[in-house]
Design a binder for this molecule. Sequence first.
Ligand SMILES: [Cu+2]
Length: 254
Amino acid sequence: MLVATAGCQSNAFTRMGMLPPVTKQGKVALTLWQGSWIAAWCVGIVVWGAIIAAVIFFRKRGDRVPYQVRYNLPIEILYTVVPFVMVGILFYFTARDENYIDALPPHPDVVINVTGFQWSWEFQYPQYKVPRSEYGDVTEIGEMWNGDTPGNENQLPLLEIPIGETVRFNLTSTDVIHSFWIVPFEFKRDVIPDHPNHFEVTPTAAYSGIGHCSELCGLYHSRMLFRVEIVPAAQFRTWITSQQALQTASGGVQ
Ligand SMILES: [Cu+2]
């Protein structure tokens, strides 16, 4: 079963539109998504089969009025109970997986304070005294996006996280509601003013891509992007050291 699921997760069709997951939690979300599709297909096949059987076996064969029936208690009980059972099964697996995905183990290896604002992101690594991403000034962002020239990817704020360690995200907003979305996490969470949100992931694979805001938040919402790099732990530590050196050089660390 595990082997079958692992095999399934590598195929674009069996992932039903999802990207390959890059975290433990993403794998769980993907498996829930696939399981829901399998359940939906099973229900669909039964329903389509019943419709086709009715069309074939109970079609009009003459002018005689068909045999009329009223009340069939066993069938009425069946179609009341079966949907409850189906909802119960979907509820069980969803609640189980949500609890896993939402779990916040007490001692994360890496903590990142994410601040969303119109229209960019700031990433702070408080454990390492790396107080902000190297880019993230809102007026510069505005200028950067003026005109039709696409922005330079290297000017986007950078979020770098290590493979195989637990990473805690603390999400806050300084203005309106945003939403923090890294597509292959198979997960997003709202970033709400005066209401800190949290979640934790354990990255399992290297990844390099673009993260998004997924809550319409104003004029430049669609351009509220950031770079994501998931790298081996040693490379992550080297990057942290280089960030600390940069901060010291610019004289800006408290
Ligand atoms: Cu936003």
